[in-house]
Design a protein around this ligand. Structure first.
Ligand code: 5GP
Ligand code: ZN
Length: 121
């Protein structure tokens, strides 16, 4: 738990969010700025700044994040596929330093995972 972490506050209910799922280890809620028709985040309740700090002590919450993704994606309307993303650190463009897995879904295909550079540019 970290006193001034925004996702800790969301997981504790101190900042409102559109909840998707909650159990003793994880909390899932809609992203405030969705970039796809289905876009929610799954976070561990324990404060973990990034995947660099993850270790086997966190395997239950991290495993649950993956194990729940399909069920929750389908529940939210992504019935024909989805994408999971965990951004880490500066190079990964992580903005909030509490581990979170984005779950993104259509109905339209999301496009390539990483924008390709223009040929010849
Ligand atoms: P990152 O770039 O760290 O992987 O993504 C952070 C995500 O958290 C962004 O997509 C952003 O829209 C979302 N986000 C940031 N602050 C809040 C908030 O207060 N509430 C919700 N629901 N999402 C947030
Ligand atoms: Zn936190």
């Amino acid at each position: 738990m970290s006193a001034d972490c925004i996702f800790c506050k969301i997981a504790r209910g101190e900042i409102p969010s559109k909840k998707v799922y909650e159990d003793e280890d994880v909390f899932a809620f809609h992203d405030i700025h969705p970039v796809a028709p289905v876009h929610f985040l799954i976070v561990p309740k324990l404060h973990l700044p990034s995947m660099y700090e993850a270790n086997m002590a966190h395997h239950q919450a991290l495993g649950k994040m993956l194990a729940l993704a399909g069920e929750l994606a389908r529940q939210e309307g992504a019935s024909d596929g989805f994408r999971t993303i965990i951004n880490t650190g500066r190079v990964g463009h992580q903005e909030v330093y509490h581990v979170h897995m984005h779950v993104l879904g259509g109905p339209e295909p999301l496009g390539p995972m990483i924008m390709r550079k223009q040929r010849g540019a």
